[in-house]
Design a protein around this ligand. Sequence first.
Ligand code: GAL
Length: 939
Amino acid sequence: MNSNPSSCDLAWIRDSIRKNSLRLVIASCLVAVALAGTPLLAVGPAPVSPRERISIDDDWRFTKGDPTNSESFRGLLYDVRPGQTLRRFTAEADGNATMNESDGANESTNPPAVIKQWILPTGNEFIKDPARRFVRPEGNPGDGVAYVQPDFDDGSWQKINLPHDWAIAGPFTRSGGGGMGRLPTAGVGWYRKQLSISAADAGKSIFLDVDGAMSYATVWLNGRLVGGWPFGYASWRVNLTPFVKFGGQNELVIRLDNPPNSSRWYPGAGIYRNVWLVKTSPVHVGHWGTYLTTPEVSPASATVNLKVTVDNDSRRNSNVGVATEIYSLNSNGRKIGRAVASLAPLYLQISSHDHAVAEGKTTVVHPKLWGPPPTQKPNRYVAVTTVSQDGKVVDVYETPFGIRTLKFDPDKGVFVNGEHLDLKGVCDHHDLGALGAAFNTRAAQRQLEMLQAMGCNALRTSHNPPAPELLDLADQMGFLVMDESFDVWFRQKTPLDFHLIFADWHEQDLRAHLRRDRNHPSVIMWSIGNEVGEQFTFGSGAAVAKKLVNIVREEDPTRPTTTAMNWAQPTNPFTATVDLIGLNYQGAGIRGVPGQYPAFHEQFPDKMIFGSETASALSSRGEYVFPVTTNISAAVGPNSGEDRARRQVSAYELYAAAFGSSADKVFASQEKNPYVGGEFVWTGWDYLGEPTPFDASRSSYSGIIDLAGFKKDRFYLYQAYWRPDLPMAHILPHWTWPERLGHVTPVHVFTSGDEAELFLNGKSLGRKKKAQYEYRLRWDDVVYQPGTLKVVAYKNGKRWATDDVKTAGEPAALKIEPDRSEICADGRDLSFVAVTVTDKKGVTVPPADNRIHFEITGPGEIVATDNGDPTSFESFPSHDRNAFNGLCLAIVRGKPGKEGKIRLTAKADGLKAETVSIKTTWNSNKYDSLIADIANRRH
Ligand code: GAL
């Protein structure tokens, strides 16, 4: 065996992964390496932990809808929902959220039986006051329902692997509102899976960990109701132990029930994140049972405080020892070298069916700090906690973490490790475009890579807890995260949204979110809510906010709280409840009121202010609408940036939602108020749903990057501002306008330089310099003639960067470019393949909308196609799709376990086809880091 742990025998690992025993593989790998006498683990073989965290994503059966031959499923409703009037949600995004909890009263005269009393106890561990905890009633809802029964024959159900989004394949619907993305998310979905649990596991505790299921999940094992969790963005655990048949097959059944009118964007549908089976000794580290903080950090040393909650599920009281060692991690998440610090063993006495907390501290000498690139590095450590009982190791639990200091200065903004940094952030929803809500690590990584290339250093998880792996990626890549819990509290934004369960579940959901995420160095602040309706209620809204803030302080006093406010005024008591003032749109100006940063700064001289949501600039990639406004920002409208007939918005990047502002105007508002800590742009990527200003479309116009992952011009506007040291220049619009011969066609340039000269067919159109608070250079009177536009940008008087655009001829060929030509054969890794329509000289044909047909051979499949057009109703799995402004995308996945060459061909009538090959292999670097991703989170 090779002594380098990053190249442990791949075939062996592969086979073990197939057998779903990753934990053992990693543990054994480390043991094997240590035994081979390498210096990897100088402290000796890693103890083999009885803890197993097994991926159970594969081989599920799925069907939509409840059984038709059984009436008793009616008793499976979580709760009575208020009359489903299917009222369309038409409120303005910055409008007043209205309804409160009393409006959600039961409107039915003959209410069906509901099961919430059986579900609520699942959240008990997150309810602080024992008197408020729930007691499970007698009985077993689901008893009479065929799909719940262990012997039900699900052979005719669809075979699927998780993560799964049942709605993403469509079809799109043209009726109703566009808010939720026009895809069939509403309704019931059933999942079944057989779990073989060996007799040797008898006596262990067995848990099901669900990273996210949309929504209202109910879980049965072997026909017995186990529990569930309604909030679709939560990660949660149910204890299967009392229901397990050891030494046999166990039938796991999950029912989801997604309401209509429950979201302002596309929520997705199904078990859309990873799912794990966790087996532990009866005495083990509790659920998200470690909490690690670094209260003192200096170049010489860092103090590490660690609290470990140990559960005793056994029938006898136990004495246990808890010891921890700390190691450095490499960039792939692997332990390197010797332990750099350790916490001496702490001893606990834990009564039967109780828990106890061990708390200790240690020092890391000369800590390598975690911080965002390009000026800092996201260095990480891992705390390896070993729990022993009677001299035997009963659990080993890993907590990756980072050491860093944060300061939020009311006058100067954000400091990370003493360095001043502006938050150059974006808000993003959880969907992954054509893949829907079904989480995929590579797709998320691609999103973050593109954002980082733009200079983005911060993410806001609008408006709910993200997939856990997103935060792993943020830790690895060095993003600063505003981690957000809720979009609504008591007051609704859509008729069947989270407000229905807020009263019962806010404490459990918030504590669960905080405990899950509080060890991530990337998380720098907690947002308790986005534009919640309670902003409008003064005293009573402030009371709810205070309650939530107190919960945050109990769970994590190390990070500040915030809430994203588009309405609350400086004097509203609501505003004063949080530590950081997060303003949505109010900073640059909203509803005719000019920028309000100064008013908030004056009222809160001791709180940092930042733009929690900015811009809402709108555009469609490659669409240019004339005439072009001469302002730096304009509200989009019928004669202002809109192409109504085609439902597209101009990409001159000057137009915004009525309550928003162009990027340029936001930059100016921040520079004029230098105490502002930075911004989170609405949005980094386009998302499904909320297609303002054209409700008839399927997806948003607000992304800097379109839904398929193609850059809009706006990408370069941000890059120019956020990466001032990167020599770059970008011209817009494209230069293929046969119908504009002789017409004024403004040319704008985004550059990190300060000056530029524009040339049309070699003739100078003048050299221009950016004035203060100007972020683009514009030649608004250029008369179109075909040919070449070229810009030469300067910085401090020196030549800095160039760009050119050429007039294209007729479409002649297709150019096909995968983002990666080698992917891992794990059945999850992806290659994103871009297809460009070019003329015969290879120049991109900007308006091309040729219909492209994809064909694939070899060990791969086309998962989805897209073109970034918000008006396209082609279903995502289709292998045929029109190019949109010259571009089209196919997403290719390797078949699990099959190495080889995938060949993808793009064809279009009258155009030269092209084929690309993509290798799928186990022996790829990507594979290595995927292993690390999973290994990081093996508890
Ligand atoms: C904001 C809101 C976002 C989104 C956006 C639309 O007010 O917080 O969720 O709706 O408007 O541009």
